[in-house]
Design a binder for this molecule. Structure first.
Ligand code: KG4
Ligand code: ZN
Length: 350
């Protein structure tokens, strides 16, 4: 397979990348020089909205229906054809196993029939890679804070393609907590963007939330306590979607979530003295988080990087970008039939 990788490197080939780890069916075409030729994302938000969260069985069935048209659209927008594709890349995990299997089986079948290599990609590493799509020259060492609907993790990056897990959520992910509060108040799904919009102009100091305290200066996160405290306030004050205090409540909750995220990052900056800090994942779209993240960078004298909004939420461009980088670094590519999906991350166990 080394011979294959060398050939790919020389001919400035194209990668077709596929991402189906949760409720977005996504495909992208990206060159080995990491130029994004197309980036198609088909969201299933409307299907899951009545349930206030992702229903795994609905998600995997929908991926089955949409994966082919999404891939065809990505090829069409890139003005290319399947026969011009030199390698495939696909998200292996972590994520919803049924959803992952749709993407993995599709990519494996395509790779096998085209006699091309397929590169399995870790979803969390792909989110971190999304920052490098916009900023290829980030200095090392760096810290990366990944905040999404399924994950809240902090990584130490000593060099390119090296990841050390420093902390992760012990319960809910930050995006999940926002989604659950929105669901409880009947505000819609996904909750993060709705909460951000409704919290605009609200007083973030109006409601107080105790921040989670980890023992032993652990860099783990916890959001279930914040969520429970929020639900208690909602019940006690009788808050609803039309309540006059809702704006202040949502602004206060959003601010508490941002403080909890950045508290761990601040501890890690002190301990690891990075040159750069990276913010990624769907919640990285949040303006309050971005503003405070940049403020923290200024205070601590490091450089802050976060991707453009289209690369924050799940997409296949970040999957293809990581595959291109793995090829450039000569990472081994296992045979097609060895590729498998995994629901839980095992890439970062220490
Ligand atoms: O990265 P992503 O697309 O999927 C996962 O890998 O989980 O992240 C989705 C999460 C959802 O929880 C959604 O509510 C949140 O990102 N999100 C936001 C915003 N946009 C999306 N949270 C806060 N503010 C936003 N503007
Ligand atoms: Zn994600």
């Amino acid at each position: 397979m080394d011979r294959e990788v060398k050939r790919l490197d020389q001919n400035n080939g194209l990668i077709l990348a596929i991402e189906t780890s949760c409720d977005e069916t996504a495909a992208a075409v990206i060159s080995l020089q990491r130029e994004v030729r197309s980036n198609v994302v088909l969201s299933q938000d409307k299907l899951h909205a009545p349930f206030g969260g992702v229903v795994p069985e609905i998600a995997s069935r929908q991926h089955l229906k949409t994966i082919l048209p999404v891939v065809e659209k990505a090829l069409g927008q890139a003005k290319t054809k399947l026969e011009n594709i030199d390698a495939l890349a696909v998200t292996q995990g972590p994520g919803l196993i049924g959803s992952l299997l749709v993407g993995v089986c599709f990519a494996k079948s395509l790779a096998y029939s085209l006699d091309k290599p397929v590169i399995g990609i870790d979803h969390l590493q792909a989110h971190v890679e999304s920052v490098f799509l916009d900023f290829p020259d980030i200095p090392f060492p760096a810290l990366a804070l990944l905040v999404s609907g399924g994950h809240t993790s902090l990584f130490f990056l000593p060099a390119r393609l090296a990841y050390r897990l420093l902390g992760r959520t012990r319960d809910d992910a930050a995006g999940e907590a926002l989604d659950k509060i929105a669901k409880f108040l009947g505000l819609g799904y996904p909750g993060g963007p709705v909460v951000e919009k409704m919290a605009e102009g609200g007083d973030p100091g109006r409601f107080e939330f105790a921040l989670p305290k980890m023992k032993d200066r652990s860099l783990d996160f916890s959001f279930s306590g914040l969520k429970t405290a929020a639900l208690k306030i909602i019940r006690e004050k009788g808050l609803s979607s039309s309540h006059p205090d809702l704006k202040d409540f949502l602004a206060s909750f959003e601010a508490a979530a941002v403080d909890a995220l950045l508290a761990s990052l601040q501890l890690a900056i002190d301990a690891y003295q990075p040159k750069a800090i990276l913010l990624c994942g769907g919640v990285a779209r949040n303006r309050r988080l971005r503003v405070h993240f940049e403020e923290l960078a200024r205070q601590t004298g490091v450089v802050a990087y976060s991707p453009s909004p289209e690369f924050c939420t799940d997409n296949a461009a970040m999957v293809g970008a990581l595959a291109a980088e793995k090829i450039r670094f000569g990472h081994p590519i296992p045979p097609v039939f060895q590729l498998d999906a995994y629901a839980r991350s095992n890439a970062f166990q220490e």
